[in-house]
Every structure is written in C-alpha cells, then in structure tokens.
Write a protein that binds this ligand. Structure first.
Ligand code: C2E
Ligand code: MG
Ligand code: MG
Ligand code: MG
Length: 285
C-alpha cells in the first residue's frame, strides 16, 4: 500500500484527524473551488477479460490536483466531502465527466466498452442519483449500456430500503450495470444478492494480495468465483499485481481482472496510446 501511495500521489496525514474547525473551513472552501477551477481529474483503470485478454471496461477514479499539496487520492478527500455535504457535487461531476470522456473515446474509434463510476453509500441516500444519471446520459449521448455503477455491500444491507431498491431497479431497467465493490469485506449476509439486480461482483483486493500463497485466500477466492458463476454474475478480481495471481484466476474461471499488473489508473490523455500498445502485447508481457 505504501509503495502504491508513493507512486501515485503524495501521502499526507488525513485532513480530518486533528484538524481545527478553521482548517476544515479552509479545506471546504478549497474543495468548492477545486470543482470550479477544474482541479478534479479522473484516472481510468482498464478492466481486462481473462479469457481473451481484451479490454472490457474502465473504472473512473477521481483525483484532486491541489495547488499546494499536489495530487490527492479519493481516500484523502471523499470522506471529508461526505462530511461537509460536498459529495453530491463531486459525484455529479465525476458522472458527467466519465460519460463525456467515454462518448468521446467511442466517437474516436476506441473500443466500445463501459465505464464504471463509484457511488458512496451516502450518495445513494442523499442524491437523486437516478435523475443525475439520466441527465448525464442524455447530455453526453452515451448509451446506458456503457455505464456501470459500483456500490459497496454496506449500501445493500439495510434490510430492504424501498427507495434504494427502486433506484437499483430503475437503473437496471435503463440498462446501467450494477457492480458490488470490495466484495467480501462488508457483511456476512448474502441475502442481498438475490434481492437486488446485480451484474458483477468485484472481489476485494485484500483477498487477492496474498494469493496464490495463502491457502485461505485461495479458498475464499475460489468460493466467490463459484458462487458468482452459479448466480450468473460476472466476477472481477481487484488488485491483481502478479502473473501468478493472474494464472490462478484464469485457472479458477474468473471473468475479469483489474490491477497494477495490467495497468495503473491512467490519466485520460494516456488511454488511447495505452490501448494501442495493449492490443499488440500478451497479458503480463
Ligand atoms: P475502489 O473503488 O475499490 O478502487 C480501487 C482502488 O484500488 C483504487 O484506489 C485503485 O487505484 C487501487 N488499485 C487498483 N489496482 C490496484 C493494485 O493492483 N494494487 C493496489 N495496491 N491498489 C490498486 P484509489 O483510486 O485511491 O481509490 C480508492 C477508493 O476511493 C476507491 O476504491 C473508491 O471506493 C473511492 N473512489 C474513487 N473514486 C471515487 C469517486 O469518484 N466517487 C466516490 N464516491 N468514491 C471514489
Ligand atoms: Mg470501485
Ligand atoms: Mg473496489
Ligand atoms: Mg477496493
């Protein structure tokens, strides 16, 4: 984790801990300005089909180019944004920008693959996500089939929240894909898997990291892949870093992989050239 942090963006002590009310106020103002001054940026991490090696989609991951602090990762400001009521504006920006970018890539001849955006639990409760998504698709011209939302298990655990249920059903009816992010780290109840219209499970990186050496993790990953298959869900493994991990996942019949071993999240301008190179090289060359 340290290595990853160093390579991607500077690590600062989390803003929230030990900051004074004055510092928080300052930060809130900076974050508002970040939205207006185009300091937020999306990076796109490729998702690869294990069977064919083809690009299967992108996950959009937000970063903040802070004028003084450098590039900040989402974990350094999304929790703060939630706390200060700024998550709706940020989430809306992420959604529109991801749809706009994908449509531009499709029009430019890149493969027609979907983009996934992350929705935090709070967003699903506070924002009119459905209206935002319909508007983003209509405005950018991206077809609904090319958009996915990633939500964590915690969202689905509140025993049948009707509003939430309706949102997910409506998204499914639109053709928007629904993925469970960080699968396996949330709760032990799997009842939500049959209650909600889910398309994909993303096995949390914590289960992948110590494979193939950890017998326990291999057992857990095997079980998740089998369950996913039985329920006719696509299964994606997050955080794939080594050729051994990829070989194991191929052997186990995992559908999709995402991780630094395939590609780090890329700024948009690097994606077309990445894709051209990708098309001509084997997995883990
Ligand atoms: P996530 O959705 O589980 O995204 C995967 C995270 O794992 C990303 O970190 C990605 O860079 C990192 N990752 C991918 N492959 C590897 C790997 O092989 N090794 C390691 N060590 N890490 C890998 P990132 O970009 O820092 O994002 C962290 C989390 O922040 C995301 O976790 C997601 O929950 C949240 N997030 C990101 N963008 C947004 C956003 O636009 N809105 C909201 N609400 N949350 C976001
Ligand atoms: Mg995600
Ligand atoms: Mg994830
Ligand atoms: Mg994760």
């Amino acid at each position: 984790a340290k290595e990853y942090g160093r390579a991607n963006y500077q690590i600062y002590a989390p803003f929230m801990t030990g900051s004074t009310p004055y510092e928080e106020l300052l930060l809130e103002r900076e974050l508002r300005e970040a939205l207006e001054n185009h300091q937020l940026q999306l990076h796109y991490q490729p998702q690869i089909c294990l069977k064919t090696g083809a690009l299967a989609g992108f996950e959009a991951l937000v970063r903040w180019h802070h004028p003084q602090r450098g590039i900040l990762g989402p974990l350094q400001f999304i929790p703060f944004a939630e706390k200060r009521g700024l998550i709706a504006s940020i989430g809306r920006w992420v959604l529109f920008e991801a749809c706009r970018q994908l449509k531009a890539w499709h029009d430019a001849g890149l493969p027609k693959v979907p983009v996934a955006v992350n929705l935090s639990p709070l967003e699903l409760r506070q924002r009119d996500v459905l209206a935002d998504i319909q508007k983003a698709l209509a405005t950018t011209g991206l077809a609904a089939q090319y958009l996915e939302v990633e939500i964590t298990e915690s969202v689905l655990m509140q025993q049948s929240n009707p509003a939430q249920h309706n949102i997910l059903r409506a998204l499914q009816a639109l053709g928007v894909g629904i993925s469970i992010d960080d699968f396996g780290t949330g709760y032990s109840s799997l009842a939500y898997l049959k209650r909600y219209p889910i398309d994909k499970l993303k096995i949390d990186r914590s289960f992948i990291t110590d494979t193939p050496h950890s017998v326990d993790d291999v057992a857990i990953v095997t079980a998740i892949i089998q369950m996913g298959r039985s329920l006719q869900l696509k299964v994606l493994a997050e955080g794939v870093e080594t050729a051994e991990q990829q070989a194991l996942l191929t052997h186990l019949g995992c559908d999709l992989v995402q991780g630094f071993g395939l590609s780090r999240p890329l700024p948009a301008h690097q994606v077309p050239s990445w894709w051209h190179r990708w098309g001509t090289q084997p997995l883990f060359a």
